[in-house]
Write a protein that binds this ligand. Structure first.
Ligand code: SAM
Length: 261
């Protein structure tokens, strides 16, 4: 038997609680025609129960030693492919559309990965991720709450996010210091109200939250002079944390229509 020593730098906390694994799989509801991409399969706690239930399973794992173990373990399965890669460098455009993502994500890259999946929201059916509970608090936060920020706005512009259940630290080996949450992320309809210029929207949200406590007028710098605050129904003392996603889209469209960028 090969023994793998968990590597901290890869955020390796392996799931060892069968009831949690069962909950994850039954909530994910794998289907025979699914094309599933698992991020960070590790020692295959989620991988194994998926194999017989889906059409194709692509696993992206950064740790070379784990890749060897996985390749050996799953070599007889034609529907499983293991790729050794840093998921942050992986080009999802090389995959078909209609993928389902799943992963017990390494905490150190979770925010970066969430920003990455925004780039291909039209390509995915859904994503089921296990993340640090505090990250999920920020993902689902609503305006005027302390957790509301750039991550909330950018994700909620393209995804519907649902916290499904929390997981205790003792469900993992080694035990993390924090609780985790399992979430479902589903792209919003293609026909939703989208920013006319996504690049402006992205820059606007970044600027607005760059100094969260500042009033919007100040954090937007020279852009604020071009805004018609009254027409946009914006109070001059408003802060980024008080603006809804749709308001961010309105402001971004206004800047776009003015031809500012
Ligand atoms: N899925 C397994 C489980 O639930 O027990 C392992 C989860 S562990 C929290 C995170 C996994 O992601 C590890 O296998 C780790 O090596 C892998 N990983 C870490 N950083 C990664 C990256 N940048 N790209 C791909 N995999 C990564």
């Amino acid at each position: 038997m090969v023994v793998h020593k968990a590597r901290k730098r890869f955020g390796q906390n392996f799931l060892v609680d069968d009831s949690v694994i069962h909950n994850i799989i039954s909530t994910f509801k794998p289907m025979k025609h699914d094309y599933v991409v698992e991020i960070g399969p590790g020692l295959s706690a989620i991988t194994e129960p998926l194999i017989h239930s889906v059409n194709e399973l692509l696993c992206i794992e950064i740790d070379r030693d784990l890749v060897k173990i996985l390749e050996h373990k799953f070599s007889k399965y034609k529907n499983v492919r293991i790729i050794e890669s840093d998921v942050l460098n992986f080009d999802f455009n090389t995959l078909n559309i209609g993928i389902r993502l799943i992963g017990n994500l390494p905490y150190n890259i979770s925010t970066q990965l969430l920003f990455k999946i925004m780039e291909f929201s039209d390509q995915i059916i859904d994503a089921h991720f296990m993340l640090q509970r505090e990250v999920v608090d920020r993902m689902i936060a609503q305006p005027s709450s302390s957790d509301y920020g750039r991550l909330s706005v950018m994700l909620q512009e393209c995804y519907e996010i649902e916290r499904l259940f929390d997981i205790r630290p003792d469900s993992f080996n080694p035990m993390p210091k924090v609780f985790s949450s399992f979430v479902r992320i589903k792209p919003l309809s293609f026909n939703r109200v989208r920013p006319k210029n996504y690049n402006i929207f992205k820059q606007l949200v970044t600027r607005a939250f760059s100094q969260k406590r500042k009033i919007l007028k100040n954090s937007l710098g020279e852009w604020s002079k071009h805004l018609d605050w009254e027409a946009l129904d914006l109070n001059s003392q408003i802060r980024a944390e008080n603006l809804s996603v749709s308001k961010f889209i309105m402001i971004s469209d206004f800047l776009h229509n003015k031809g500012l960028m």
